[in-house]
Design a binder for this molecule. Structure first.
Ligand code: BDR
Ligand code: CA
Length: 356
């Protein structure tokens, strides 16, 4: 019997979303994660839908016990724009999941983040996978949050890479650039204050190297114990769900969600597969050796125009401002993909006997 790895207390802030759903599965499949709460924010879909999706996905993973907390339903300043063309009208592609049985928590996301951080100062890692609205509100309520958390990892921004929403901006930043600007400013090191680690920024520079293709799904299905023929159908283009794969709640969910995401990427990015941004951010939060980072000063353009919502990184230090982010500039995406297949495939295997 293996020993239990050292536990990492984690809060995930999500806008579930297909790749957010995969990140939830990855977290649930990771033995070192102690998932304290999942907080929800408007982004890919509206916040109430995010909360429904999040609870439904956690139940697929067998983690209906994890508290799910509703957060901000609108960005700080801009009106909400969602992205049904990327994630489907419900946010989960072609997947249709049963009504979750556990109710939403009574508290609110920003309060919950602050409360948990105060209860366990210096212990908790916060990972945000959507717009930074909840965190910006939490920082207004508790400006000491950066030193109360052990770490903060975000999926968001495009630091040396082009944007995916406009030529200069990444989706999570584009939904709420005002929140991102406030959050990045809050992590400015105070030379007289307590020391704090810089946030790890997982932007498109690295997350677009995490490309999931049908072949990976075939390997994941095999890892979960599916027959060679059924795994082969999942590895084909277009991917099909057959026999032992269709009967497994985790594999069926992944297949139905990703079929939509693959079609989206085929149309917009020219390949039948998908960038899996959010699970890569969770994986890097758990294991920093997956990424190589550079500290840099970053601000966000909140004004109108071509650079709206751009993460402006001062790589040459021309502003003289101290670094406020550790930006991932290179990553071991292959190691991550292997780990994703192994862990999520293992979770699917463990859930194979569950009737739906
Ligand atoms: C980010 O945008 C969302 O659509 C994804 O879930 C991810 O968090 C990538 O730009
Ligand atoms: Ca997301």
């Amino acid at each position: 019997m293996g020993t239990m790895p050292e536990q990492i207390p984690l809060i995930l802030d999500v806008d579930t979303g297909i790749d957010d759903a995969l990140a939830l599965l990855y977290a649930c499949a990771s033995p070192e994660v102690d998932l304290l709460a999942v907080t929800c924010v408007a982004g890919n879909v509206d916040a109430r839908r995010v909360a429904w999706n999040t609870r439904a996905v956690l139940e697929v993973a067998g983690r209906g016990d994890v508290p799910v907390v509703l957060g901000r339903e609108q960005p700080l300043v801009k009106p909400l724009v969602t992205t049904p063309e990327t994630h489907g009208p419900t946010g989960l592609g072609y997947a249709s999941l049963p009504e979750p049985s556990r109710a939403l928590e009574h508290s609110e996301a920003a309060d919950r983040i602050v409360e948990l951080a105060r209860t366990r100062p210096g212990e908790i890692t916060l990972v945000t996978l959507g717009p930074l609205t909840n965190l910006a509100v939490a920082l207004e309520r508790e400006p000491a949050l950066p030193s109360l958390l052990k770490g903060f990892v975000l999926m968001g921004g495009a630091y040396k890479a082009p944007g995916n929403t406009t030529p200069t901006s990444e989706w999570n930043l584009h939904v709420d650039p005002d929140a991102a600007r406030a959050v990045f400013a809050a992590w400015r090191p105070d030379l007289d204050g307590p020391p704090m680690d810089l946030p790890l920024a997982m932007g498109l520079d690295v997350t677009e190297h995490a490309i999931l293709r049908p072949g990976h799904l075939g390997a994941l299905a095999r890892r979960a114990g599916a027959s060679l023929a059924d795994a082969g159908a999942m590895a084909s283009e277009p991917l099909r769900l057959a026999g032992s794969v269709a009967a497994n709640p985790v594999l069926r969910f992944i297949g139905d969600a990703l079929r939509f995401y693959f079609e989206f990427h085929e149309q917009y990015d020219g390949f039948y597969g998908a960038f899996i941004h959010d699970p890569f951010a969770v994986a890097a939060a758990l294991d920093r050796s997956l990424v190589f980072t550079q500290p840099v000063f970053v601000d966000v353009e909140t004004g109108p125009g071509l650079a709206h919502a751009m993460t402006v990184a001062d790589w040459r230090g021309t502003t003289g401002q101290p670094s406020n982010l550790d930006v991932a500039v290179a990553a071991n995406a292959d190691a991550f993909m292997e780990r994703f297949i192994d862990r999520v495939g293992g979770l699917a295997e463990a859930r194979s006997g569950v009737a739906r």
